[in-house]
Design a protein around this ligand. Sequence first.
Ligand code: ATR
Length: 270
Amino acid sequence: SIYRFRKISGKTVINSIIGNPVSQSRSPHLHNGWYEKEGLDAVYVPFLTDSPQWFMKTAELLEINGSSVTVPFKSDIIPLVDTTDKAVDAIGASNTIYRDGSGQWSATNTDAYGLIKPLLDTLGIADLKGRKAAVIGAGGAARAAVFALQDKGAQVAVFNRTLSRAEDLADQFGCVAYGLGPEYAAALREYSSIIVQTSSAGMPPLEDVDPVAFYSFDGTEVVYDIIYKPEVTRMMARAKEAGCRVLGGFTMLEEQAVLQFEIFHDGKLK
Ligand code: ATR
């Protein structure tokens, strides 16, 4: 794609995204759009690489200020930075690295913090203390969700097709684990006030799959599917039909980038 800039000066701040592939990312459009809107002397550039080590050297040479990190480098980047925050330590993945005040590289994970904000906004509350929440799935996205929900005080249960993977995740985070299927419907009911769907069921080419097809919504659940394509998954449509409050993944995608923008230009999380 071609990006238009207000200007490139001798002082232009360079931010980036690294990944492989990287050309499909919406992040350059979002970040460069904000720079233009805010009149910031900054540019956000995609780097296709197969080596995060190469990138860290390049980042020194080019004095890169901050970078988004996407597939497949979210874990590999961690040993290459100077400091990590509690989200990165718990999740074992970072999607954002930036220079702190002294020029050291710090890593955080705005996927996790970006996931929780739209949920709190929808609920109209500041934290999840005393709330139960169900996480569907046990992959990387589920780890971020479990961390983020627990960080805000929720009591979490993990539900996954492969029970042993749910148990592994639950062991690490000190929560409970269940499988998916009719025999787990009662357990899901117990944790159903917030249901966060993180599995790849519902994502193309699995778009007809509803991972909780065995469960009937009663309308009291807040149902959050972090899949953003399609915008409305089969599970979301069914929940909405039952009167549930429903949230898709698009706001999360936008929010993780907003948080990155704030980090890159303040050096801290807001
Ligand atoms: P990511 O790191 O992106 O979250 P992942 O590690 O590949 O992805 O995990 C994909 C998740 O989607 C897993 O929890 C997977 O369940 P299994 O552990 O049983 O494989 C889940 N998943 C994929 N297809 C699914 C389906 N049709 N029904 C239910 N869960 C599914």
